[in-house]
Design a protein around this ligand. Sequence first.
Ligand SMILES: Nc1ncnc2c1ncn2[C@@H]1O[C@H](COP(=O)(O)OP(=O)(O)OP(=O)(O)O)[C@@H](O)[C@H]1O
Ligand SMILES: [Mg+2]
Length: 416
Amino acid sequence: MTGAAVLLLDAAGPESAALARAAAMRGHQVHAATTTADGQAPARGLAGQVVTDFARPDRAVEEITAYARRRSVGAVLTANEYLTELAALVCAELGLPGNDPHLAHAARDKAAMANVLTAAGVRVPYTRFVHNDTELQDALADERIGLPCVIKPVSGAGSAGVTVVTSAAEAAAAADIARMARGRYDGDAAAGILVQTYAAGDEYSVESVTQDAVTTHLAVTRKVVTGGAHRVETGHSLPVRLPPATEATVHREVDAAIHAVGIRHGASHTEVVITPNGQCTVIEIAARLGAGHIGLLLQHALGIDVFAALPDVALGRPAALTPTAHGHATVRFITSPHTGRLTSLRGFPERGPGVPFVRWRAAIGGPVNAAGVNADRLGCFIVTGPDAAEVEQRADTLARQIRVQVDPPPVDSSTL
Ligand SMILES: Nc1ncnc2c1ncn2[C@@H]1O[C@H](COP(=O)(O)OP(=O)(O)OP(=O)(O)O)[C@@H](O)[C@H]1O
Ligand SMILES: [Mg+2]
């Protein structure tokens, strides 16, 4: 049963392109809705595309549904964080398997997310939505928030505009940064920002696929995240084996979160913090596959081809989600030690046995930033193999061999 027409909202990012390739290889005609504003070339080999303006969702729904009806599209899906609500609205309009259009905004807008997750009894950081300086000061004085706290945009992604604030004096600058970081298609509308309690513990994500409201948790992923004010994810490893009682708690919280934001057909990526005594706090949930090459990790470690499975889920067909391998995989991201110009790179691993994927994206001679947001990452490599400890050790060894030189060198304040 192949040959159905599948429409991707955005076909340009790495996960979107992988979905497009997988769907085409399975004999589907792949169409895309794109926007010129992205400035990215859509995936090659598309059967057709509708160009629309994702910043005007009402019109985008009309244009995309009209296109989809003309092409007898049988599935609509996206891997683009900013388009998950639009995907739900289009699916509902077309009567295709999709997420609840009335709740889909809650997987994007972190103020709505905090509300629906709290109402569903999910453990989340206590969150206040603030619109001006008075409300910011009120939130900082609220003993349910405390210090450190986190100040973040309502609809950001990639850690942009998120600051861990350790003193009230840092809050105004953090609030300015959060206000500037709007979602990709949000336009100029002045939105409020969020102030939340800081959840201490180790960071993980849960990768899940829901079909007809039945969820399969594919893996728990451990994250390596930089410390300090601006957190950047520098590594993902999966599958993590949590103690059974902790895993049960995590799955319960994630199931409740998936249900609360109306995910019925499709992928989800839920970020959680787990304390040493097994308490689980949901930091956020996204109605899409995890980014940062998590799809590739699932493929290499567990043999689950999530890029092939998700079009099936969107078509309402049974999807292959059972692991066919029982290995381990990790991705390590390389960041610059400081802001400057990248002058040389040595020792970056090559693709080969146990290293199925490498990607370097920073140009030699070009500007680089000290790691502050995910987009500052310079490159990455994946290591995979049957044994978790050996995979992690090999990845550590390979990472230590990489020499990144950035000029000018940082000023040593101790000599001033
Ligand atoms: N309440 C919190 N408690 C502890 N850490 C937090 C909290 N909120 C955010 N963080 C830290 O900041 C990072 C980025 O925050 P968040 O996930 O909300 O932003 P994002 O822009 O959606 O990120 P991404 O798209 O990379 O997942 C988190 O991965 C975590 O390290
Ligand atoms: Mg996040």
